[in-house]
Design a protein around this ligand. Structure first.
Ligand code: SF4
Length: 340
């Protein structure tokens, strides 16, 4: 339960801010100048703040839509990413947000119109190209949809642009608003996945893999395009069998025609980020595994990475065509590079 909402003075009268505030009638409302004065304060403890995060309602001015890093994409000629929020209600141990921010408070940027304007501008500028927009780099795209209404707002923005694809990356099992609108051709609901036994110890507070598969199945039956995201791939005892079982279970529930794409990527952290996260959870099973330093990154050995990539690609190609399988490699573990 959120008991404090910080609101930037500039957005205090914004109807969307008022709507969000109205959902928390008991919350203390604190007016602030800019979100950074709360969010970037020194000496905050991400782990402690995660127990009871506040909401910060803010306006985003710059860097609303960014080009995705090289090596990231699902077949589009151009790739962009954006986040209408910072932070997440879930608490995955490999999440890069805990190494990137010192605050676990949820920042919600309520100027959706400015995100839309930039998306439209990019679509017009590159109207001949297939473009993919990835939502949810710094958050889970759907976990707080009942509070933000972001997808509800942004979906229609894409309808005049059939060559433009929106990927909504999530671990949420909630189905609204997808159950109340018709599935557009250019939206993918992409689920982050790993074997349940791994997810059970790493994806704290997130819906179980079974619940995610149930949600995917429901959406696929309603005609939504589904993305399967295995990023990061997690190494552990019997990983081959576990990933095989997971794919078999997905393929039994979801027809391959409903799958838009499968992507996968290795577990990797920039070194400084890893050190920050490791300090928070030095005894976590993830960090007692075979992660080593490789130049400026912390990752499994190249041998493990390659073996996992090879095995999983083979598994996926038993289920869908090779043309929709993508290996994504970036320096961090996130909703973009992941995972969610
Ligand atoms: S990895 Fe994704 S779902 Fe998990 S806490 Fe981070 S943003 Fe949320």
């Amino acid at each position: 339960m959120v008991d404090t909402i910080y609101v930037e003075e500039e957005v205090l009268e914004h109807p969307r801010a008022k709507l969000i505030i109205s959902k928390f009638p008991l919350a203390r409302i604190i007016e602030i100048d800019r979100f950074g004065e709360v969010f970037n304060k020194r000496n905050q403890n991400f782990k402690i703040q995660k127990i009871n995060p506040a909401i910060i309602l803010a306006k985003k001015y710059k860097k609303l839509i960014l080009p995705a890093p090289d090596g990231f994409g699902i077949g589009g000629k151009r790739n962009y990413y954006f986040s209408h929020m910072y932070n997440c209600i879930y608490d995955c141990r490999y999440c890069f947000l805990q190494g990137m921010y010192s605050s676990a408070n949820y920042v919600i940027f309520i100027n959706f119109e400015d995100f839309a304007e930039q998306i439209i501008q990019i679509n017009k500028e590159f109207s001949k190209d297939n473009i993919t927009f990835f939502s949810g780099y710094d958050c889970d795209s759907l976990a707080l949809e009942n509070i933000t209404g972001f997808l509800d707002y942004i979906l229609p923005i894409f309808s005049p642009y059939p060559k433009s694809m929106l990927e909504v990356r999530t671990k949420s099992a909630k189905l609204k608003p997808m159950t109340i609108v018709s599935p557009p051709d250019n939206c993918i609901i992409a689920y982050s996945l790993m074997p349940q036994i791994m997810s059970g110890v790493l994806d704290h507070k997130a819906p179980s893999i079974d619940r995610r598969i149930k949600s995917m199945t429901d959406l696929a039956n309603r005609g939504w395009k589904i993305g399967l995201r295995f990023d990061p791939l997690i190494y552990g005892k019997n990983w081959k069998e576990l990933y095989t079982e997971l794919i078999v279970s997905i393929s039994k529930n979801i027809p391959s025609e409903a799958i838009h794409s499968i992507s996968f990527g290795p577990l990797r952290f920039p070194r400084a980020m890893f050190q920050k996260i490791f300090k928070l959870y030095p005894d976590d099973i993830l960090f007692t595994g075979p992660i080593t330093q490789r130049g400026s990154i912390m990752a499994y050995s190249e041998e493990i990475e390659n073996e996992m990539a090879l095995h999983c690609r083979q598994l996926f190609s038993n289920f869908v065509s090779d043309s929709i399988i993508f290996q994504c490699v970036s320096e961090g573990s996130s909703n973009l590079s992941d995972q969610v």
